[in-house]
Design a protein. Structure first.
Length: 318
């Protein structure tokens, strides 16, 4: 089975590499051809438009930054959907608006094309290792048809129900990650102000009931000062906006999410949409005239065990 991937950002590039390394033939497209350079040597095949790509493959995978762009790529001028073969599948890995997703899915169904939503969660470091969690919505039979491809770039895989269910849960998981990020910033600031060594504070929190995956993996890049989560403030604000829309749609008051939404918007306005998400903590640092830095922490996200090993090695080297 031949696959096509549209979107070669931080996540899409890792998906592409893992598909190719697992033996899948892959055609790719991105609006910026320069993004193709990192996988060109892996024998990926370039296509100039979504339409041209779709005509060559059995399944189109999209990994895009916004619902608007997904809509344009699938339904716009030179869009993929019009060129897809009957019996083909569209797999949407983007974090997207449920209503937009269902609109495209309904259009696809009219042409005999199946839809599988498969947004991923867990961080770029896990995507690079092919270990990112995949949330799936759609028919079980379609999932099984493409399970091998999905397993090439992620695990575990959770089948949540019909199209739409996975996108809702993905937005919820991102909101929870942002909650932990904000909490980590406030907690570490208080520790610093109280004179507690931040390296020891990190280790103690990691071993406490206050620990979380977000704290384990993101606090180190805050303490390093790189802030590099490979996830932008623009994407965070998009996701929080989607969460607020879901709250309205389902009649759930999201007071805390609303406050957090404003914090991320403020950080985006101050530092720019392309800066990494921990800049919401940098804003706290500037407001309190306090830097959260500690020696020996990595400048990129790692899983918890890798952080421990990195800290141990750094300590041994010194």
């Amino acid at each position: 089975m031949k696959y096509g991937l549209i979107g070669l950002g931080n996540l899409g590039t890792n998906i592409a590499k893992n598909l190719i390394s697992s033996g899948f033939k892959l055609v790719v497209h991105d609006k910026n051809r320069n993004n193709f350079k990192s996988i060109e040597s892996l024998k990926a095949i370039w296509s100039d438009t979504p339409s041209e790509l779709a005509a060559q493959v059995d399944c189109v995978i999209t990994c895009l930054p916004s619902p608007k762009i997904s809509n344009e790529v699938m339904l716009g001028v030179n869009g993929a959907l019009a060129s897809m073969k009957q019996g083909a599948t569209w797999i949407e890995t983007s974090t997207t608006n449920v209503n937009e997703l269902k609109l495209i899915s309904d259009e696809a169904a009219k042409s005999g094309i199946s839809t599988l939503e498969a947004p991923v969660t867990g961080g770029i470091h896990r995507a690079a290792a092919g270990k990112i969690t995949i949330l799936v919505g759609g028919k079980k039979s379609v999932l099984e048809k493409h399970r091998a491809a999905l397993e090439s770039f992620g695990e575990p895989i959770f089948h949540l129900g019909d199209v739409g269910t996975a996108s809702i849960l993905k937005v919820i998981t991102n909101m929870l990650a942002f909650v932990n990020l904000v909490g980590a910033g406030e907690g570490l600031l208080l520790a610093k102000k109280a004179g507690i060594d931040l390296s020891e504070a990190y280790k103690a929190i990691q071993a406490s009931s206050g620990n979380s995956t977000e704290f384990e993996t993101v606090a180190p890049v805050i303490l390093n000062g790189s802030f590099n989560t490979a996830f932008t403030l623009e994407l965070a604000c998009k996701d929080l906006g989607l969460m607020m829309e879901l709250g309205k749609d389902y009649g759930v008051p999201l007071k805390f999410t609303g406050l957090m939404d404003q914090m991320f918007i403020e950080a985006k306005e101050k530092y720019g949409a392309s800066e990494w998400t921990p800049h919401v903590v940098k804003l706290m640092e500037e407001n309190t005239h306090t830097e959260l830095r500690a020696p020996g922490f990595p400048n990129r996200m790692m899983d918890a065990e890798s952080v421990k090993n990195y800290l141990s090695k750094t300590k041994a080297d010194h």
